[in-house]
Design a protein around this ligand. Sequence first.
Ligand SMILES: Cc1cc2nc3c(=O)[nH]c(=O)nc-3n(C[C@H](O)[C@H](O)[C@H](O)COP(=O)(O)O)c2cc1C
Length: 408
Amino acid sequence: MLYGKHILVIISGGVAAYKAIELIRLIQKAGGTVQAILTKSATEFVSPLTISTLCGRPALTALFDLTRETEIGHIELSRSADLIVIAPGTANILAKLANGIADDLATTCLLATDTPIMAAPAMNVRMWEAASTRRNLALLANDGVQFVGPDEGEMACGEFGPGRLAEPPVILEAIVAHFERANRPKPLAGKHAIVTSGPTREPIDPVRFLSNASSGKQGVAIAEALAALGARVSFVTGPAQYRQPRGCAVIDVETAIEMDRAVEAALPADIAVFCAAVSDWRVETPADDKIKKDADETAPTLTLVANPDILRRVSSLAGGNRPRLVVGFAAETSNLLENAKAKLKRKGCDWLLANDVSPASGTFGGANNTVTLLAGEAVEAWEPMDKQAVAQKLATRIAESFQRDRRI
Ligand SMILES: Cc1cc2nc3c(=O)[nH]c(=O)nc-3n(C[C@H](O)[C@H](O)[C@H](O)COP(=O)(O)O)c2cc1C
């Protein structure tokens, strides 16, 4: 499974450091070789001698080790691996990696590398939920760091919640899956895709807004599926629950006007998938101050104006500015096919994925989606499947259309 693969395992200073021993064993059993680095704190939890004996080569701990530096420098060390795995990853090492701090051998190697990085975080639940950790994880996900875990459960400190190191066999599975993904053909290499996702938020006043229940799950899955096929993906997202696809450049926006501008700035592109549930209207003049309840309790009247129609605008761009393939989504609650056919014509996009978002369908926020693909006169009903599967099917279809050099 991992024959010929060399993994740099970075062990940082958490109680779960002893589990790195099992992980190293599993990687070796799967055919891989391991070089280990321990942070200074990690040496308080596991002995470098144990790890060295296990790996069959010295476990490294110090940046300023002159003998080591002349034999194999820290730059070479970080690049000679096929994958770097941080297990366990403390809140501290993840914070340093997110912020480009390189003050020991482990973090210097992490900063100096162009090798893919996978992190298995492990920490107390309060550390995991701390606002700074959330921010650091978002930065790392955006930088393309892959995560495995953490699990939820009882911790060494007696507390309960997310923060436990993923079990070593699960980390091994993620490592194997990484190499399987990396070895897959990349038919969309060299292509740029824009994916919009999530809801938009249109202000009524400084504390209220118009929005919808789009979770961003389908958009994230599509962005990741296109990236997995080699596309460079610009992911423009409203304030959604899911908005961090791995390996994509994320552009956060709030309103439809901001989304329109962000899409414009991301062009030119070969592929555009407009998956966002953009609000059709916005309040013409949002109030500067919070609207107060009148003494007589009269409700305010909101005057709405139409938002920019991003799908139609991009579909009608002239010549080289138009992405070669423009895909829209039609979220409908009734007369799905009829409405979707009319929308395809009206918008001028190449493909339209129509889905039922009526409350009974459970599509918004749910795991599954039932989609019908419309392309020109062709109508193709896909069987119900989870959003990952919809994304993979769509990405595969997009790649095929580029290979055939045809839109449909
Ligand atoms: C007994 C003990 C257990 C610890 N366990 C963890 C842990 O599981 N996760 C974590 O992020 N920090 C943990 N810490 C805190 C880290 O060791 C500390 O933040 C340290 O600076 C991490 O250094 P490193 O990231 O360079 O390894 C623990 C500290 C002690 C004393």
